[in-house]
Write a protein that binds this ligand. Structure first.
Ligand code: HEC
Length: 111
C-alpha cells in the first residue's frame, strides 16, 4: 500500500511539472532577458489580455521585437531581439505571458 501511495505521489509530481514546464521556461527567459528593463514579469504579463499577448507574440514574437527595435530607449535589447535565440525563446515567453495575462484568472504569487 505504501508503494502505491509513493507511485501516485511521484506520478502527480511529474505530471504537474510537465504541465508547468513551458510556463517555467518562459519565466526563466523573462528573468534573463527582460527583467532588467521591465521588472517583475507577472506584473508585465498582467498588464495585457491573453488576446493581446497572442497578437504581440505571433510569428515568433515579431511584434515584440519590432517594438524594441524601433525604440532608441530599448537599444540595449537590440542584440537580443536580433539574435536567433529570441525566435526560440518567443514561444516559451508567450506561454508565460498568456498564463499570467490580465484576464487569465491566475493570481500571481507574492514575489
Ligand atoms: C534594454 C531594455 C529592454 C529590454 C531588455 C526589454 N525591453 Fe521591453 N521595452 C523597453 C522599452 C524602452 C520599451 C518602450 C518602447 C517604446 O515605446 O518606445 C519596451 C516596450 C515593451 C513592451 C510594450 C509595452 C506596452 O505597454 O505596449 C512590451 C510588451 C515589452 N517591452 C516586453 C518585453 C519583453 C517580454 C522583453 C524580454 C524578451 C523585453 N521587453 C526586453 C525596454 C526593454
Amino acid at each position: 500500500m505504501q508503494k502505491f501511495y509513493a507511485t501516485v505521489a511521484i506520478t502527480l509530481l511529474v505530471g504537474s511539472s510537465i504541465l508547468n514546464a513551458a510556463t517555467y521556461k518562459g519565466q526563466k527567459v523573462y528573468i534573463e532577458s527582460c527583467k532588467g528593463c521591465h521588472g517583475g514579469g507577472q506584473a508585465l504579463a498582467g498588464s495585457k489580455k491573453q488576446r493581446i499577448w497572442k497578437v504581440i507574440m505571433a510569428n515568433k514574437g515579431e511584434q515584440l521585437a519590432q517594438i524594441h527595435l524601433s525604440s532608441k530607449k530599448a537599444e540595449a535589447s537590440w542584440t537580443y531581439f536580433n539574435d536567433r535565440g529570441y525566435a526560440k525563446d518567443a514561444k516559451h515567453l508567450e506561454d508565460f505571458l498568456v498564463e499570467y495575462s490580465g484576464d487569465s484568472g491566475n493570481v500571481p504569487a507574492c514575489n
